[in-house]
Design a protein around this ligand. Sequence first.
Ligand SMILES: Nc1ncnc2c1ncn2[C@@H]1O[C@H](COP(=O)(O)OP(=O)(O)OP(=O)(O)O)[C@@H](O)[C@H]1O
Length: 282
Amino acid sequence: MSKESTKLVEVPGGVIPERDAGAPPVLEVRHLGIDFGGLTAVDDFNFIIGRTEIGGLIGPNGAGKTTIFNLLTNVYQPTRGHILVNGVDTRGKKTYEVNRMGIARTFQNIRLFKALPVLDNVLIGMHNAMTYRLGASVLRLPSFWKQERAARSRALELLSIFGMQDLADVPAGGLPYGAQRRLEIVRALASGPKVLLLDEPAAGMNPSETAELMENIRKIRDTFQIAVILIEHDMNLVMGICEGIAVLNYGQIIAKGTPQEIRTDPVVIEAYLGKKGGAAGC
Ligand SMILES: Nc1ncnc2c1ncn2[C@@H]1O[C@H](COP(=O)(O)OP(=O)(O)OP(=O)(O)O)[C@@H](O)[C@H]1O
């Protein structure tokens, strides 16, 4: 698998790819933390991501990775700290408002409307971004149909990224597993995000599907000029595609850096892999 080697440069708040350094980071997380009763699931999490960066969030089971996605999308409200999307604090916003601000995600466990056609699943993802008024929708005014037609053709265009346009009328639940995962990504893209959060996108995929996914994630970044953050246990994928990686253990960042830096960091080898000198999987 080809490996991308990106130069990261220091900017206020952290490091981002050199090519993104001319603009403020699209996402900035400052001293983020959340407690569940007596359990501190995430603590003092600091992170920035460049506008077209592919970033990785890795760590052992239970380290707090999905909790961070839930915080970034306001499924959970933080106990401490701030999340800024394009410089705007998301505190107190609803999940759909955060989506409109530019954050979209997929889930670890596939969450599609399985009885609905593939196309409808994408249209649902797009709905949050549509602007016609309720009256236009109820009365089926021309403005409603115009937006619906545009949405349909956009949805087909998005499906074509994964070569899925011919499956538009198939019930989502009838797709093979790998295709359902791809559809989840298309649905998240449909809202026009600036940052796409992928929670274990390669889970359950075979090596050739994973290799194809890697190419498609790059294609999405290049086509839409957006940032992507992925949580992933498949180290070939993480090391092959991510430009910056943060390693989490017990809710705290223990290392940040390029794939090469992470792969050889003794703290990561010790804590994440649980053994010394065993970075083979990394
Ligand atoms: N709603 C919640 N209530 C109580 N505890 C929670 C809640 N959500 C997460 N946790 C706890 O927070 C910790 C971090 O969980 P999280 O799911 O974020 O880990 P993870 O790194 O994504 O793990 P995995 O790789 O297994 O998915 C765990 O101890 C988990 O039990």
